[in-house]
Design a binder for this molecule. Structure first.
Ligand code: PLP
Length: 431
């Protein structure tokens, strides 16, 4: 495998774009080396500009649950594009997507479409503050809710990967309103709730953390948060940008039988186009302008291409629910194979997983929070990542990111991945 053209493009990109990328983790800074520049993708495969093929476990960081260039979505976009790409006026497509979301996700009444997960989370927090007339929020260490000021405090994903402790440019006055507790730690939440009694607008949580690797909620954690919010008049925000439409047709809200006040969406909701949404109880949602005074807007929000892509993908998922079982089977197959490979060579490891999300931590201890995730071997992860890439397996370039299994992944692809893992481990051990 060579990366001549990628190398040249990366050099050019670095001159023109800070770090050569338009989103930090893509730069491979943590694992080192040159990121392959992608020329195209189809199904389970990525093709780079140097002619290398990869089996993809990133899937655009989540959206490509059916694999790349999924025919129904491609056709729907092609059909729509002839009728202009934006009007800045209401369309039937927005109604169709809103109806589709509310059909799939239980216990929410309204949605507002935005352009990214970041925007969805920003809007949710503003709504919570507007609704409660309070300023402070509680988030969890290692959870990522996009790059808005309020959330860049002990955030996961790229912030964790790049080991940025404090983000310059985030005013300390804003950061002071963001309180942080360790994931899965209700006691720490209770301490914050006592210390800041009457000041908390919202608790925001990833129902399955996917931005410090994949970390599952312990039994009772989410329910405990929800109960505290209900008792104390705090807005319970479940960030389903990653888990929405992935863990189940109705996401974590369905899978864990939650009753969130607000839910944020992104990734799968746009079928690979830039879309986010915030949904929730009518009582809170109706505060959004123009029905209420909490202002939020967007020139390209509800964009027709994005709406038709999202609507088409969600409808397929809704009508073909066996997809979710198949995804779990594929994921289990992969995990069984990896467990065997690592077990044979006595590589200590954990593979937390749920639905079609997983990640590999090289540690002997179970991972329930960011401290435990950080204690896993970075060095082994880096070596494993590069050995796998070399063999055509495209994993997220950080141990703090989830792997995603797509429906396009065949048994043969999974078998190839497991074989590559076996060879990679042998290679690493023989060094
Ligand atoms: C990706 C992600 C976001 C941010 O979404 P963008 O579309 O990248 O702005 C927010 N929350 C969670 C849980 C995410 O995984």
């Amino acid at each position: 495998m060579h990366l001549h053209k990628s190398k040249q493009l990366f050099a050019r990109a670095q001159q023109l774009i800070p770090g050569g990328v338009n989103s930090p983790v893509r730069a491979f800074k943590h694992v080192g080396g040159i990121p392959p520049f992608i020329a195209s993708a189809k199904g389970a495969y990525l093709y780079d500009v140097d002619g290398n093929t990869y089996i993809d476990y990133v899937n655009s960081w989540g959206p490509m649950i059916m694999g790349h260039a999924y025919e129904p979505v491609v056709r729907a976009i092609q059909e729509q594009v002839q009728h202009s790409t934006s009007y800045g006026a209401p369309t039937e497509l927005e109604v169709l997507l809103a109806e589709q979301i509310l059909r799939m996700v239980p216990r929410i009444d309204q949605v507002r479409m935005v352009n990214s997960g970041t925007e969805a989370c920003m809007t949710a927090i503003r709504l919570a503050r507007g609704f409660t007339d309070k300023n402070k929020i509680i988030k969890f260490e290692g959870c990522y809710h996009g790059h808005a000021d309020s959330f860049l405090v002990q955030a996961g994903s790229g912030v964790a990967t790049l080991e940025i402790q404090e983000v310059p440019g985030v005013p300390s006055s804003v950061a002071a309103d963001t309180l942080v507790a360790p994931y899965n730690n209700l006691q720490a939440v209770d301490t914050l709730l006592e210390t800041y009694a009457g000041e908390i607008a919202a608790i925001i949580v990833e129902p399955v953390a996917g931005n410090m690797g994949c970390v599952l909620p312990l039994p009772g954690f989410l329910e405990g948060l929800q109960q505290r919010c209900q008792e104390q008049g705090i807005v319970f925000i479940v960030d389903e940008v990653m888990t929405g439409f992935r863990l189940a047709p109705g996401g974590a809200q369905e899978r864990f039988q939650l009753d969130a006040d607000l839910i944020t969406f992104g990734k799968i909701i746009g079928g690979g186009l830039p879309v986010g949404a915030v949904g929730g109880k009518r009582e809170i949602m109706s505060l959004l302008a123009p029905s209420g005074k909490v202002y939020q807007a967007g020139t390209l929000s509800g964009n027709p291409l994005a709406m038709i892509a999202g609507y088409t993908l969600l409808r397929e998922l809704d009508l073909n629910r066996h997809i979710y079982e198949a995804l779990e089977q594929k994921t289990q197959q992969l995990i069984d194979g990896l467990n065997t490979v690592f077990g044979k060579k006595a590589i200590v490891h954990q593979i937390p997983h749920i639905g079609s999300m997983l990640s590999v931590f090289f540690t002997e201890y179970p991972v329930h929070d960011f401290v435990a995730a950080s204690a896993a071997s970075n060095e082994l992860f880096k070596q494993f990542f590069h050995a796998m890439l070399e063999k055509g397996i495209y994993l997220p370039p950080s141990p703090f990111e989830s792997w995603f299994v797509s429906y396009a992944l065949s048994d043969e692809d999974i078998a190839k991945t497991i074989k590559a893992a076996e060879e990679s481990i042998e290679q690493i051990l023989s060094r």
